[in-house]
Design a protein around this ligand. Sequence first.
Ligand SMILES: *Cc1c(COP(=O)(O)O)cnc(C)c1O
Length: 453
Amino acid sequence: MTDRTKYLLDESEMPTAWYNIVPDLPAPPPPPLHPGTGQPVGPDDLAPLFPQALIMQEVSGDRHVDIPGEVLDVYRLWRPSPLFRARRLERALDTPARIYYKYEGVSPVGSHKANTAVPQAFYNAAEGVTKLTTETGAGQWGSALAFACSVFGVDCEVWQVRASYDQKPYRKIMMETYGAVVHPSPSDITNSGRAVLAEHPDSTGSLGIAISEAVEMAAGDPSARYALGSVLNHVLMHQTVIGEEALRQFELAEDTPDVIVGCTGGGSNFGGLVFPFLREKLAGRIAPTIRAVEPAACPSFTRGVYAYDFGDTAGLTPLLKMHTLGHGFIPDPIHAGGLRYHGMSPLLSHIVEQGLVEAVAIPQNECFAAGVRFARSEGIVPAPEPTHALAECIREALRCKESGEQKVILTALCGHAHLDLPAYGSYLAGEMVDRELTQHEVEQALKGLPAMT
Ligand SMILES: *Cc1c(COP(=O)(O)O)cnc(C)c1O
């Protein structure tokens, strides 16, 4: 290993293809099903929502998909992103472990979401789509898509989960600066939104509700399409630029990860980091333990079931086989808004079912303690979501301190918190609460699963 603090690649070393892990898996993931027929959905079913190029990527069996030159040109604004060795955090923890983090907060919008927003806006614009609709939880995805739409001249309309719309006015201003139109969700301009408001006038919203609203609007407008910032195969594939770069950076570092951890909301930053490493592991070249970290308040991997469920609350999407808490589950308004989703990427769920990736859940106070510890040693204030990954890195580093093992730990620091500082304010004021879900609440939520599972 070398004694450097950061590992940088030249623009000329940027990956020129995304990696599709599906052909390298021991078995293919179960297909999405049409809720009416129970049959696998075909490209035609998805055409009202997505452009052909992305539908083809969603079902692709090719190991690599070339990144279009127009997309590479935009990626060059911030890629390749740096890999850091967290030497100061290691010292603060007095651990023999070596900790590395791949930092995606260098994108213009401050998170990894731009890696998929840019190709999604590009392919839609190339097929003549004039408007994209979407949902946003914490606001990172909405900001990323608004930025990407501004680059390719596409209109952008965003449903922002009410809790985040109220807590994070700066996110809305950022999206509007890029030219997007932003609605709080639930809103009174869609059937799905009105249905929720009729029952719960004070609803703080959820990603599932916001997805229903954005899907409904796109489906009703022939020149509009819908864009999703996580969960789907093509989204995880776009994010693999993170892991491909990190593999090259580990060569520069002359080191090899033993443990890879990442936070999972829908699975995209995690899949993006780990899939290239999992490819190497499946080929027998490396043997890292790979671990997903989710919030204790929204534990789809650790307390949900693996079953067919809707991706949204109103039941407008195809049925996806995934780890889910039930599409009616409304998580507590925890501060890691990007992790408040009832389901999980079907591809990643399948990989977890196959025993290739493990999962843990951590409550938010421990995560913010990790975020503060990281900020005070490394300087970057992490977004609330990756504090979950950092909390697990710290647990692992402290285990190494006990055992004396010199493990190499890698994580994705997938965004910074500059627009999420009220969450830190709440933590620093001692006002953050950890609420454990009761078994009864989990069982109630799972009762709403569609019968066909
Ligand atoms: C959206 C988001 C997440 C959660 O989504 P994944 O698809 O699981 O990555 C996590 N961290 C940040 C910074 C996000 O913007």
